[in-house]
Design a binder for this molecule. Sequence first.
Ligand SMILES: NC(=O)c1ccc[n+]([C@@H]2O[C@H](COP(=O)([O-])OP(=O)(O)OC[C@H]3O[C@@H](n4cnc5c(N)ncnc54)[C@H](OP(=O)(O)O)[C@@H]3O)[C@@H](O)[C@H]2O)c1
Length: 256
Amino acid sequence: MDLQISGKRAVVLGASRGLGQAIAKGLAAEGVTVFAAARSVDKIEAWSADMDNVHAVQLDLGDLAQVDATIDMLLEGEGVDIIINNGGGPPPGTAQSAGRSDWVSHFEAMAANLFHMTNRLLPKMKERNWGRVISITSSGVEQPIPNLALSNGIRAAVVGWSKTLANEVAGDGITVNVVMPGRIHTERVDELDAAASKRTETPVAEVASKSRATIPAGRYGKPEEFADVVTFLASERASYVTGSRIRIDGGAIKSI
Ligand SMILES: NC(=O)c1ccc[n+]([C@@H]2O[C@H](COP(=O)([O-])OP(=O)(O)OC[C@H]3O[C@@H](n4cnc5c(N)ncnc54)[C@H](OP(=O)(O)O)[C@@H]3O)[C@@H](O)[C@H]2O)c1
């Protein structure tokens, strides 16, 4: 299948490692010019060293001035056709332990600054009558994950925003979707398993094995499997998919 996106321009947030890196590589392989952003710009430069169509951008999503500077840089060119809203996950913790300042600071980095960036980049998409806005959230928006209160709460806001925007811009050739990873094997998942191992004083291999056993597919997903679905959603071929939430979780969410 020809995805018909060669020559498009994309900004991929949270692209120094993990899901963002895999998505950036997936889009670049389709001939998309990718602006890959994260705080560790050196890591992006390292993995993209032999790719002419990937440009590393240093960006802290928690810093509005940096977010605006990145948007200005993108708009000085032709803007972008594809936005991948991604970034770091918040620290674990219960709803009762999350303080007001935790909610505010993580909401800025995980939601408000992404909404702001999308709003500023949308007019160029409308001019071209083509655009893709894809937000990476978590299976926790359908089935809240214990001890991840900040993630469950803030990502639910991203879903509400995404659906509202999808309805507003569907007539402009712009699709807006949410993708929900279950457990995709990135460094973050290894870090979470290591933290659980320490907390429960259980060997990490046992923690990971128990976690895998809760997934009908019996394994963690690969970043490339996740990126393939996102790349398809970003393509011309997914032009009638909008306002949707797509699970990529090996069957982990129990409801239909
Ligand atoms: N992997 C999974 O199975 C899974 C499941 C559910 C949800 N998720 C969520 O999906 C997202 C991506 O997952 P992942 O596994 O790829 O996570 P990851 O390995 O921790 O990668 C997060 C990426 O976001 C960047 N980032 C973090 N804070 C940032 C900031 N303030 N400004 C700009 N960039 C920032 C990181 O780069 P720098 O540190 O260089 O900035 C990194 O490139 C995360 O939000 C994660 O919580 C993942």
